[in-house]
Design a protein around this ligand. Structure first.
Ligand code: P6P
Length: 326
């Protein structure tokens, strides 16, 4: 079985990028170990703190953030980092080549119920003249990412990564090595499975209501087939399912907080997941345009997300175009 470093080198991956990826995996392996200790390590439950998103931080949110922040700050290749758990970007090394944006523990509301969570990361080139802590240095469209991926802490610990040459998956062995377990992952063009939080149905825009109503009509409806639904409340697990067997994942804008474009964050959820999905032949839009074309204006800005099997994302986009034309 090919190890992560061997595989990346076989794909002629930039050697400094390989070094950075390996460093991040070291931190993620520590997170994985803490998660698997769970209650035995006294890491479950909440802290007294709130993050910049106004969400109460889980102990493991803070622990995962601190582990990644420490290791990235130590790495000569990293100019700066931005985290869901940090109000502002953090300058690391003035000669560093890369910027790293990450969600240290996505889906953390699932930790205490022992359901899959994950780390999501996005790697950008640092602009020549930046110090690494300027928000504007990070505000690059998703198409500028040099690499993106996630580490899934589930029944097994799996890394899914792309450096722009397809999507590949690696499983963590007992010896602490990540081994190639899937090469050139492809998202099936069609699906019968959708993922959305149906409890928000009454708050959605009309085109989303129309699209989901079509799916729920099954064989008798306009799509002519029966759909199944999944909702894990952990984007990283939903995206992994879609990369594994297809599907469509949606967290669209809704009128509960109309001033926010969506719930999910662009820089360290929307963009990295979009790079993975597009590299695997799927599509990822904010209902009207590719997510990776969006010009960021704030490090923690949110985005509406519709991603997965091409056929379904195309229908969602068409319904929005028809609604906008009226
Ligand atoms: P809801 C987790 O908090 C997250 O950011 C994503 O991982 C997940 O898809 C979504 O929010 C779940 O949101 O509103 O269903 O709890």
């Amino acid at each position: 079985m090919l190890r992560l470093t061997q595989f990346l080198k076989q794909y002629n991956t930039d050697t400094e990028l390989v070094e950075l990826i390996n460093l991040m995996m070291s931190a993620c392996k520590e997170v994985n170990a803490k998660l698997h200790d769970g209650a035995l390590a006294g890491v479950l439950g909440e802290t007294e703190q709130e993050n910049v998103q106004g969400e109460t931080q889980k102990k493991l949110d803070v622990l995962a953030n601190d582990l990644l922040k420490h290791d990235l700050d130590e790495c000569h290749l990293v100019r700066g980092l931005a985290s869901e758990e940090e109000d502002l970007p953090v300058a690391c090394n003035p000669d560093g080549r890369f910027l790293v944006a990450f969600d240290p523990l996505d889906g953390s509301s699932n930790i205490d119920i022992n359901v899959t969570v994950g780390t999501i990361f996005s790697i950008l080139e640092a602009p020549a003249d930046c110090h690494g802590d300027e928000e504007e240095a990070f505000l690059q469209p998703g198409d500028k990412q040099v690499a993106a991926g996630y580490v899934l802490y589930g029944p097994s610990c799996i890394l899914a990564i792309t450096t722009g040459k397809g999507v590949h998956m690696f499983t963590l062995g007992h010896n602490g090595e990540f081994y190639l377990t899937r090469e050139n992952v492809r998202v099936p063009e069609t699906t019968k499975e959708f993922a959305i939080n149906m409890s928000n149905q009454r708050f959605w825009e009309a085109p989303v209501q129309r699209y989901i109503a079509d799916l729920l009509q099954g064989e008798e409806g306009p799509r002519g087939k029966r759909y199944n639904m999944r909702w894990i409340a952990s984007m990283v697990a939903e995206v992994h399912r879609i990369l594994t067997r297809g599907g469509v994942f949606m967290y669209p804008w809704d009128n509960r907080e109309p001033h926010k474009p969506g719930k999910l964050r662009l820089m360290y959820e929307g963009n990295p997941m979009s790079m993975l999905i597009e590299q695997a032949g799927g599509r990822s839009i904010n209902t009207r345009q590719r997510i990776m074309e969006v010009q960021p204006t704030q490090i923690h800005q949110r985005v509406s997300v519709v991603l997965g099997s091409r056929e379904e994302v195309d229908v969602v986009q068409r319904y929005h175009e028809e609604a906008d034309a009226n």
